[in-house]
Write a protein that binds this ligand. Structure first.
Ligand code: FE
Length: 170
């Protein structure tokens, strides 16, 4: 009888667990996840990320930090080439889509296909769409609806989250 009770308790706890993760998924819904992507997700442990990344890269990519406005390496950087994820090297943005938004962070009007994922972010009392790398899930920045036409989008991205590959390496 005792074991029956503990089995039922375990069952209830398991159910509660799946219920809470469903609620979480409702709140942090992935808006454009691509189930048929051509690449595998990169999974690393927290200690691996700490070893591989610099402290500022770790803070922004893995702890969703933000670099101070107008301080980033790529804010005023307009060479031709490709911006890739600083965590995993995944291609994110073509320099052709970079523009001067004046917001203090590198801004792009378009992301490369399958490069990023969008998630609702309601932290700090704001309703924003967070942008993460679709390969390693590293935090990149946010996307807003005040960008130039035709996309009307402004991908506002931390310089620390990216590495730049000049045109010849494209
Ligand atoms: Fe990445």
């Amino acid at each position: 009888m005792k074991s029956l009770i503990s089995i039922s308790m375990a069952f209830i706890i398991l159910n509660l667990d799946s219920l809470s993760s469903q609620v979480l998924n409702e709140d942090n819904k992935v808006l454009n996840s691509n189930e048929n992507r051509e690449f595998k997700k990169m999974k690393r442990t927290d200690s691996e990320w700490r070893r591989i990344l610099s402290s500022s890269e770790y803070h922004i990519l893995r702890e969703k930090g933000t670099e101070r406005a107008f301080t980033g390496e790529y804010d005023g950087h307009f060479e031709e080439g490709m911006y890739v994820c600083a965590g995993c090297g995944h291609k994110l943005f073509d320099s052709e889509t970079k523009y001067r938004s004046g917001c203090g962070w590198p801004a792009f009007s378009k992301a490369l296909p399958e490069s990023v994922e969008e998630t609702e972010d309601n932290s700090y009392g704001m309703r924003r769409i967070e942008i993460t790398c679709s390969k390693c899930d590293g935090h990149l920045g946010h996307v807003f609806n005040d960008g130039p036409q035709p996309s009307g989008l402004r991908y506002c991205i931390n310089s620390v989250s990216m590495d730049f590959k000049p045109e010849e390496d494209k």
